[in-house]
Design a binder for this molecule. Structure first.
Ligand code: GLC
Length: 745
């Protein structure tokens, strides 16, 4: 007994005095040293040239480390939906590796449509594992720019029209990525809401709109998500380029919000040495020089923060204070990623990632309309299902700009339905319409040949004929990733379906026993033909498993639970954009840039339509289920709350149908006695709950004064006015089931 006690005591003493072997190398190499200690030690060892070197790219997607000290270079990679294929040193086209076909996860608009924070964490963790495995340190995503206009080419890469939804959904994604020792680089900061003239347009936005609509998702990513990187956007705000915008980067991001990570320019977004040096840009990427030629010797030396910076310091034009701050942030990023303490290796294209892509995509599919229970598909043995439309077969992972991906496979909707009905029903397909026949982007190819020279008339006649003896006709259309569709670099030109799709739908309706329309898009599409379809589904660019995910919902294997992350108006003119100066902006004589005036202010999306009482086709937050839900009476825990207190609102929700389903319970807050103009109500809470048939759960929301506040320009701060507020709880912004009033003292 005595001996054991003595041994135990000895072990305790050893452990207490840190039994880890003493690290005898330099502090910056000590994985167990605090990050800030490593940063200071590394910085103290770096030469001026090494410090300046760190602030710019050395290749298309890497920026310098410190080779002499064994500090690795920083590898950046697109994109928000998957890990971009490897490129050569200074190329955009893929290099043709054979081991970099990734998992293509759903477009972020599809993730937003799930309204599921847990799935967002799963998404971030999965894509973070793939980035880690491919040895990338900074993932150039997620994007959280608000859907201000349905025409923005990159709405598919973002999280919809509401800052609260985008803010709540971006946080778990960032956390999931960074758990893998990979920095999420939240983009494009900020008020970057169109592709038209994206590098020459100045966003003119009032302070209240900036803080209430366009900054919250970035603020949440930084303050709640602890994002390690932010990407400056191409456009200007207040007349200054955003990659070196003093107000956005120094005053707000690094000042007010306390951001301690790195600001990376968008590729070619840095336009000026002095502003870049003094206004908070940390890493300059993609400046339009050809990195290996197009200059005397090394084009990268021409970067705004390369030779000009070094010479500026040596001439005394610049001090080294800003340089040390940039390097501290870059070193901090390196010690959080490639030189992090616990090495992990991630995973790549594993079954779990494919399953995650499929689950996330399915959970975001939105059932918009389902008359007479057209869906789920109910096909007798040996029945016939006809799919019509190019989007039933067109592979969408390729294209759309920098989020373009190379994958080992992509299941399209036709294959998804064929998989689901193999051996049970006859699944056929006809083209229906010809849209975009391109099948490659940045040297990545889908391997398809979509050539078809038949006329719309011939295609429609073929579809109508084939529809006559089908039990179900599923029209699969929408947009795609080509120019002026859902694509970077160009905005859309119409809200209706392109390529005569409406003609096809209207021709099919009279002959189809059951007509289901699946709209695959990443942004709002108007549906004047909605009355002729029994069921309408909003599908998304779901990634590698998109066809299986859609089939899971159409067959009823998965009960749809997606909710619209943006409003779909009956027509474009109903929206808040009324003038050229609002969109796409105007460029008057003498103007160096286009001026895009956000005259609609905070009235974006449902805020607009509700304020103007304009009916819409599909409301923000709308989405049906194959079961039904009943809401009880909302209850406020107290009749009033103090400015520094909280208020809890509860509501019972019951599944009154005959199958399990998930419901997104949404909380909107209305200020009954506002002294200034405020939206009718604003999203301030949502919970996705799963209920078995007959099951009831109590959903509880706790809000505080921030949730009641508006941004007061005079005091440059948030303000909640005393008086009555009303909590509106419902299944969509337009389908409020119950309310509860309370007082702010
Ligand atoms: C692109 C995009 C940005 C992307 C970067 C690198 O132009 O704007 O989202 O991450 O350049 O490809």
């Amino acid at each position: 007994m005595k001996k054991t006690f003595i041994l135990a005591a000895a072990a305790f003493v050893l452990a207490a005095c840190g039994s880890q072997p003493k690290f005898d190398g330099p502090a910056y190499l000590n994985p167990n040293a605090p990050v800030e200690e490593r940063v200071e030690d590394a910085l103290s060892r770096m030469t001026l040239e090494e410090k300046v070197g760190m602030t710019t790219a050395q290749s298309k997607f890497s920026s310098r480390g410190v080779p002499r000290l064994g500090i690795p270079e920083v590898w950046h990679t697109d994109g928000p939906h998957g890990i971009r294929p490897e490129v050569l040193w200074d190329e955009w086209d893929q290099a043709g590796w054979t081991n970099d076909s990734c998992t293509a996860f759903p477009a972020l608009i599809n993730l937003a449509a799930t309204w599921d924070k847990e799935l967002s964490l799963l998404y971030g963790n999965s894509i973070g594992e793939e980035a880690r495995y491919r040895k990338k340190d900074i993932l150039l995503g997620p994007g959280v720019n608000i859907c201000r206009t349905p025409y923005n080419g990159r709405n598919f890469e973002y999280m919809g029209e509401d800052p609260f939804l985008a803010g709540k959904m971006v946080v778990p994604y960032v956390q999931g990525v960074q758990e893998n020792g990979v920095a999420a680089c939240v983009k494009h900061y900020a008020v970057n809401n169109q592709e038209f003239q994206r590098t020459q347009s100045n966003s003119v936005v009032d302070d209240r709109t900036l803080h209430e609509i366009y900054l919250p998702a970035f603020k949440a990513a930084v303050q709640e998500g602890n994002a390690w990187a932010i990407m400056g956007s191409y456009n200007l705000y207040n007349g200054q380029y955003n990659c070196h915008n003093k107000k956005l980067l120094l005053d707000i991001l690094k000042g007010d919000w306390g951001f301690d990570g790195v600001v990376v320019s968008d590729w070619g977004g840095c336009r000026d040495s002095e502003e870049a040096i003094l206004n908070g840009l940390d890493i300059e990427m993609g400046t339009w020089t050809n990195g290996l030629s197009g200059a005397a010797s090394d084009g990268y030396a021409n970067y705004h923060m390369a030779r000009p910076y070094l010479e500026g310091i040596k001439s005394g034009k610049y001090g080294t204070k800003e340089l040390d701050d940039k390097c501290r942030r870059i070193l901090r990023t390196i010690f959080r990623t490639s030189m992090r303490p616990e090495p992990n290796y991630g995973r790549f294209v594993c079954p779990e990632h494919y399953q995650a892509a499929r689950d996330i995509s399915a959970a975001g599919v939105v059932l918009l309309k389902n008359e007479n229970n057209t869906l789920p598909l109910n096909v007798a043995e040996g029945g016939k299902i006809l799919l019509v439309g190019e989007n039933a077969v067109k592979k969408m992972v390729v294209g759309g700009g920098s989020s373009n991906l190379k994958t080992a496979y992509e299941v399209n909707p036709l294959e998804g339905i064929q998989n689901a009905f193999a051996g049970k029903a006859d699944v056929q397909w006809v083209r229906g319409y010809v849209g975009d026949t391109s099948t490659s982007y940045n040297a990545v190819s889908t391997g398809q040949d979509l050539t078809d020279n038949r006329t719309p008339e011939v295609l429609i006649a073929e579809a109508v004929e084939a529809a006559k003896d089908a039990d179900y006709v599923i029209f699969v259309g929408g947009l795609n990733k080509s120019d002026h569709q859902d694509s970077e670099g160009a905005d859309r030109l119409q809200l209706d379906l392109p390529y005569h799709q409406e003609d096809v739908i209207r021709a099919l309706a009279p002959v189809a026993k059951n007509l289901v329309v699946v709209n695959i898009s990443g942004s709002p599409v108007s549906m004047p033909w909605a009355d002729v379809a029994g069921a309408i589904v909003q599908g998304w660019y779901g990634g590698t498993e998109t066809g299986n995910a859609l089939a899971d919902v159409l067959t009823g294997k998965i009960n749809p639970s997606g909710k619209m992350p943006f409003t779909v108006p009956y027509k474009y003119e109903d929206g808040p954009i009324k003038t050229e100066r609002q969109y796409p902006g105007i460029k008057e004589d003498g103007d160096e840039y286009w001026q895009t005036h956000y005259d609609e202010g905070i009235y974006v999306g449902y805020r607009w339509y509700e304020a103007k009482q304009i009916p819409v086709q599909w409301a923000f937050g709308h989405g049906l289920s194959y079961t039904t839900f009943e809401y009880g009476q909302a209850k406020a825990a107290k009749s009033s709350m103090n400015a520094n207190g909280t208020m809890t609102i509860t509501v019972d929700v019951k599944n009154t149908g005959n199958r399990e389903g998930a419901e997104v319970v949404q909380l909107y807050i209305a200020d009954s006695e506002a002294s200034i103009d405020r939206p009718v109500k604003e999203l301030k809470g949502f919970e996705k709950i799963t209920l078995k048939p007959g099951e009831k759960k109590t959903v509880s929301f706790t809000i505080d004064a921030d949730d009641l506040s508006y941004y007061d320009v005079a005091s440059q701060g948030w303000k909640a006015e005393k008086g009555e507020f009303v909590a509106h709880i419902g299944t969509s912004s337009a389908d409020i089931k119950t309310t509860a009033a309370f007082e702010l003292k």
